[in-house]
Design a protein around this ligand. Structure first.
Ligand code: MN
Length: 450
């Protein structure tokens, strides 16, 4: 026989214009949802999720029933988000605890998706049961940042798991022995972002009534700035089991493991509940209830966590390597393209086989590009004014094919004028040469070479 008493409080906070949080406390089901996704989406998501959860759990008020209810809630939010364009992408966090009966014993079943949290307050000590499904929390687990850094990390609100954002959801599950005097706090991140564990502990330790306690918690979060919606649900175990020390009070559960005979599946050999609770903060990937030796089980869970971390690091490495390759490829492609463009937009005039020839490219070639003959002009060097011959022999660079042709044409014209009238003044050696097209370039050597 277990008797629970609860309190619930929520507040929009001082910054947000609407409250997208939702908290409920019924006789056997307690939940907090923190909706997200646009102006309307967040409010709809948390409401749809909680309603679907309540409805589904009401039909199957059991451990497996709660797990299924989370799945139903996910489907309900997902379907609603697909039906209306303005709700697309909405989702919600959900943490819920339910009093269920397993094999004649009262058990608290706890679920979590997202970064709302559930805490256990036992013997004056506050322990976080759930693990945030947020990017910042993952970085803490991977040792990339400290918990203190996570509190102010720009990615602390980015969720790695949420309800209703895809057709399927994976929820973390726990089975808890309801011990007399224990308090379970369910809350949205609007509370935990404003209050430290010590501040929460102080309120839970000093205020007896659960309703007064949650109201005090929400008020304290408001006093700290209230930058987000704040929701808290407190569940007190008035009458419950007494701790006989034989089993950990809080145990992570594999999906579908509710309903197993708890006495057969408990992973304890006298380990203190505190240790087990601490370990429960990171639910095991598999077989949480199959280990017969707590220490061994914990070791394996640690190994599994290490393995996941290693895989995560490898994925990150692979991604970085790929990024480097892509950027390098882009740079190389860009360089090739620039070289080709530079080469293809260069022309020069040079004597070859006793005539003036127009080439595409740079005089003497450019990197791997060799000059290509564009036109044999048929103009003999003897048809060109003598002063220009040295530069034409070396090659005269022009910026376009038209300019190169104009240059040849002008050379011919200059020769004609020297034949009919006076010879043109021998050009002086200046440096402004190659791009002039109306007048033939003066005879500088190595004109336009690079
Ligand atoms: Mn929030």
């Amino acid at each position: 026989m277990t008797v629970l008493r609860s309190g619930t409080a929520t507040d929009t906070g001082l910054v947000r214009s609407s409250n997208q949080d939702l908290g409920i406390a019924t006789s056997s089901l307690f939940a907090v949802a923190d909706g997200m996704g646009g102006h309307a989406g967040g409010e709809v998501a948390s409401k749809v999720a909680i309603e679907a959860l309540q409805q589904a759990f009401g039909q199957h008020p059991s451990g497996p029933g709660l797990a299924e209810a989370v799945s139903s809630a996910n489907t309900a939010v997902w379907v609603a988000s697909q039906e209306r364009a303005d709700l697309r992408g909405m989702g919600t966090t959900l943490t819920a605890v339910a009093l269920v009966n397993e094999g004649g014993r009262d058990v608290l079943a706890l679920v979590n998706v997202g970064d709302s949290r559930s805490y256990r307050f036992h013997d004056g000590e506050l322990t976080q049961i759930t693990t945030d499904h947020s990017l910042a929390e993952e970085m803490v687990r991977n040792g990339e940042i400290t918990p203190a850094e996570a509190m102010v990390h720009p990615h602390r609100h980015i969720l790695t798991r949420a309800l209703g954002v895809s057709p399927e959801v994976s929820a973390d599950l726990w089975r808890i022995r309801p011990e007399q005097g224990d308090r379970y706090l369910l809350c949205s991140d609007g509370l935990t972002n404003e209050l430290s564990d010590d501040e929460i502990t102080e309120i839970l330790a000093s205020i007896h009534s659960p309703q007064d306690a949650v109201e005090s918690l929400v008020q304290a979060a408001r006093d700290h700035g209230g930058s987000d919606n704040i929701t808290a649900v407190l569940v007190d175990v008035i009458i419950g089991d007494s701790d006989d020390g034989s089993t950990p009070a809080v145990m992570p559960v594999e999906p579908g493991a509710f309903g197993d005979d708890p006495s057969a599946s408990v992973a304890g050999d006298g380990a203190s509940p505190t240790t087990a609770t601490g370990d429960a903060a990171a639910p095991a990937a598999g077989g949480a209830f199959v280990e017969s030796d707590t220490l061994k089980g914990r070791e394996r869970r640690r190994a599994r966590r290490r393995e996941r971390r290693r895989k995560g690091a490898r994925r990150l490495l692979t991604f970085r390597a790929l990024l480097v390759v892509v950027i390098l490829a882009a740079v190389i492609y860009g360089a090739f393209y620039a070289v080709r463009w530079y080469n293809n937009n260069s022309f020069f005039v040079k004597t070859h086989d006793n005539q003036l020839v127009i080439y595409q490219g740079r005089i003497g070639g450019f990197l791997w590009y060799h000059p290509v003959v564009v036109q044999h002009t048929g103009v003999r060097p003897s048809n060109v004014p003598a002063p220009y011959l040295p530069s034409i022999t070396a090659g005269v660079q022009e910026s376009s094919l038209a300019n190169a042709r104009t240059y040849v044409k002008n050379l011919k014209a200059a020769q004609k004028s020297t034949q009919t009238t006076t010879p043109p003044p021998v050009p002086t050696t200046t440096t402004t040469t190659t791009t002039t097209t109306t007048v033939p370039a003066p005879p500088t050597t190595a004109a336009g070479g690079i």
